[in-house]
Ligand binder design. Sequence first.
Ligand code: EPZ
Length: 416
Amino acid sequence: MDKFIVNGGNQISGKVDISGAKNAVLPLMTAALLVDGKTTINSVPDLRDTRTMIRLLKIIGAEVSFEANSMSVNASNINNLEAPYDLVKTMRASFYVLGPLLARFGEVRVSLPGGCSWGPRPVDFHLKGLEKLGAKISLESGYILAKAKHLYGNRICFDFPSVGATGNILMASVLAIGETCIENAAKEPEIVQLCEVLNDMGASISGIGTDKLIINGVDKLDSIDIDVIPDRIEAGTYLIAGALMGDITLNNCNPKHLEDFIDKLKLAGANISSTENSISINKIDSINPVDVTTEVYPGFPTDLQAQWMVFMSVANGRSSVIDTVYHDRFTHIPELNRLGADIRLNENKAEINGVKKLIGAQVMSTDIRASAALILGAIIAQGKTEISRVYHIDRGYDSIENKFKSLGVDIVRINE
Ligand code: EPZ
């Protein structure tokens, strides 16, 4: 398993190009299964998760090509309606094939996703939603079997605005007979793009960007060319690097997707300027402690709470981070404390006592965003940090060591 060696303390500067959004491209790749033809997707990030999804689509029978961030998915000859355990267990987003395959072929077998490093992640909202559309759902040896000769529009109200469940029910309902209303729907930019792309394919979705989506089923969808939106979580990660260690500019990003996060950075003392598709930030000499509570979009993203914790670990005073989306997404805390951070956890609230500096150490990645936080910690730490199990970070960050190297970070990947 690869590891990173980082010698911290370098000031950073320069420009970094943000890649296409992981959490947009994954559902868009499965949306291509709805079309009897070839869909082209551009600005695709080269990630472990993208390549896992390619493997899954090929197992299902799609023809997929991927080169220089451009992908084509031809779903004309789907011949296997099963998503196998050994793939689904490595990437929960594999569950996104459920809605499209059920909508187009009337049946599908998908392995239940396992938990992840920070705990169980149920799929009950997905399954209840599909049952409301008329699917018969059963559990067989760890696989979900869903069947429906036809899907019929219905009213579905989520207990929680789940991103994945909203995506799956959207992709199931676009070919259903009649009208579906999804209430308490997710409003993340990645779901907005999924709605827009489905409409470009010929679907009829209204209420886009709100928590109430109305979908009128159509008979079929057509191939289109898609351009994936920029990754707001990757952008937020680099913005924290800039606030900590230097003056950087992010190209190909959308400041509108990070409004609450940017507001919190400004409260911490950041000097930020932005255009329609770029954001610049200067190093903060004296970081103000700022409490954050994660919320669903447009609130502070849970996918940036680990990175924010590193930022606050060297602020002037005490702050807190509460995660209301995942109450147990804190496996990064013991690793950050190994770097000298002073963070205590009480249920889903982390209390951070700012320290003067972090000191390099051996640390271990536990999930995509925790790994990103460890790199940020290593960049500001005094001395050498060794980060193991970087396959976690490769799942969600395209060329992260090269992008940080281009900004002046002393980071090398060791293939072990
Ligand atoms: C998506 O996961 C993202 N992944 C996650 O990003 C992100 O953290 C999450 O949304 C929240 O924003 C992708 O888009 C591929 P949810 P998802 O369904 O869809 C509970 C990253 O680092 N829930 O919105 O799985 C669930 O347990 C990843 O890029 C149910 O109880 O998240 C959680 O507490 C990590 N039952 C909450 O809802 C369900 O059926 C939000 O989950 C579904 C979800």
